[in-house]
Design a protein around this ligand. Structure first.
Ligand SMILES: C[S@@+](CC[C@H](N)C(=O)[O-])C[C@H]1O[C@@H](n2cnc3c(N)ncnc32)[C@H](O)[C@@H]1O
Length: 207
């Protein structure tokens, strides 16, 4: 059921975007949700940014407003095709996040939203190592993803969403000590902000 509905939402962008916009209401709307992870960072026109697992460019659209050097990466050819049409200001690469086709120390900022919860714990670990590798020293990893609600009322929205659209990886993800994983890889000054009753986490770590 969950995989069928997820595939349906990936096949029809209007469905994915409608769900995403509805969920974003919990943090004040789409614009706020899409920029929460990087809005207060110093981003210049030449800041090299990787939007990891960019989907159809939902957040890439906001990143290109700040920098002319944005690359979107996704494993899905369909997503890359759509992102190219939706946000032509960025460059795109079709590849797996756990095997990044970039040299070491390349990016100032790696951003990812609403994607890491789809990874198995092993893949997630490999992705974090790869992100660390491709970031420049001093570079920042900024991510937005689910978190176990601290306000139990938010489970009323999150649990049905997980049952309908997610797989066991989302349930595993909210149990993972992500800050600990980042620190173990070498990220420093890792911090987490919680939003929407604790159901959304913004994490930033510095290389
Ligand atoms: C839920 S969408 C998130 C899209 C977008 N970042 C957003 O904020 O709405 C997750 C995306 O991750 C991509 N993805 C899943 N596993 C991946 C992997 N191992 N490597 C690269 N992309 C992956 C999927 O193709 C999909 O486009």
């Amino acid at each position: 059921m969950a995989t069928f509905l997820r595939e349906l939402s990936y096949r029809h962008q209007w469905l994915y975007d409608s769900i995403s916009r509805t969920a974003a209401l919990s943090v004040g709307g789409e614009d706020r949700f899409r920029t929460l992870a990087f809005k207060d960072l110093e981003i210049h026109v030449d800041t090299a940014i990787l939007d990891l697992c960019c989907g159809s460019g939902q957040t890439t659209e906001y990143l290109v407003r700040a920098s002319d050097a944005v690359i979107g990466l996704d494993a899905s050819p369909r997503s890359i095709e759509r992102a190219q049409a939706n946000v032509p200001q960025a460059q795109y690469v079709q590849a797996f996040a756990q095997d990044l086709p970039f040299e070491d120390n390349h990016f100032d900022l790696v951003h990812t939203s609403a994607a890491l919860h789809e990874m198995t714990p092993d893949t997630l670990n490999r992705i974090i190592w790869e992100v660390f590798r491709v970031l420049k020293p001093g570079g920042i990893f900024a991510l937005a993803d689910f978190h176990k609600p601290t306000n139990l009322a938010f489970w009323l929205g999150l649990a049905p969403f997980f049952w309908l659209f997610e797989t066991e990886t989302a349930w595993q993800f909210v149990e993972i000590d992500l800050l600990g994983l980042l620190s173990a890889v070498g990220f420093q000054r890792c911090d987490r902000q919680l939003h929407a009753g604790g159901s959304l986490q913004i994490i930033r770590g510095h290389k």
